[in-house]
Design a binder for this molecule. Structure first.
Ligand code: TMP
Length: 220
């Protein structure tokens, strides 16, 4: 089994990714691992500026193609300035959303051609691909209820029609089915503690011993 150093958390709205990223980071640090937590869109100053353009305003503000181009510009900066340097320091990187979100939101749900998204993904990611992806899965109604209760200004995607969120869920499940070595589907309908334990059960066997993480001599 590949050792997990670059770990991504994916799923629809309100599935509890951010909470779980925090909890996993806490446990890993308690065990002695160096950990960087980050998110997309965002995770570097330039990418956070692009995030503000993407997640606010009218739902039809950007087409799926425009979103994909902005997301990939943000991702390129995030990889160069945050993710690759942290991996080169030998840290575990926990990322709240990554390239699968573009496949699912702009592709499966938004209707943009998968081949285009994957070609762009290849260019931007290069060799830096997640070792493990935790797909938090819940019926859209449940997640949208939680996300709505949370409120806030970043609701541009939440506000899309229920059919969009259903296609989104199917999109994430299809990615997981196509890449079973990398992806583990976790039921996010359970309690926060039960979701955490399911994530930990998937993650723990993939960890290398704390302190044994190879230090890359140069960023890759
Ligand atoms: P968040 O609410 O999980 O922080 O994510 C922000 C929003 O950005 C969320 O509604 C999903 C959307 N998004 C995409 O549409 N495509 C992407 O590739 C990423 C990373 C996020």
């Amino acid at each position: 089994m590949a050792r997990a150093r670059f770990i991504t958390f994916e799923g629809g709205e309100g599935v509890g990714k951010s909470t779980q990223v925090r909890r996993v980071a806490q446990r890993l640090r308690a065990l002695g691992y160096g950990v960087t937590t980050t998110r997309e869109p965002g995770g570097s100053p330039g990418a956070e500026a692009l995030r503000a353009l993407l997640v606010t305003g009218d739902t039809e503000r950007w087409s799926p193609l425009a979103e994909t181009l902005i997301l990939n510009a943000a991702r390129e900066d995030h990889l160069a300035r945050t993710i690759r340097p942290a991996l080169a320091r030998g840290e575990i990187v926990l990322c709240d959303r990554f390239a699968d979100s573009t496949r699912a939101y702009q592709g499966a749900a938004g209707g943009l051609a998968a081949e285009f998204i994957l070609r762009l993904e290849d260019q931007v990611l290069g060799e830096t691909r997640p070792d493990l992806t935790l797909v938090l899965d819940a019926p859209p109604q449940l997640g949208l209820g939680r996300a709505g209760a949370r409120g806030g200004a970043e609701a541009r995607f939440e506000a899309k029609a229920l059919a969009f969120h259903e296609r989104l869920r199917e999109g994430f499940l299809k990615i997981a089915a196509a890449e079973p070595k990398r992806c583990v589907v976790i039921s996010a309908s359970l309690s926060e503690d039960a979701v955490f334990e399911a994530i930990w059960a998937a993650l723990a066997p993939r960890l290398e011993a704390a302190g044994d993480a190879p230090i890359a001599s140069e960023p890759h």
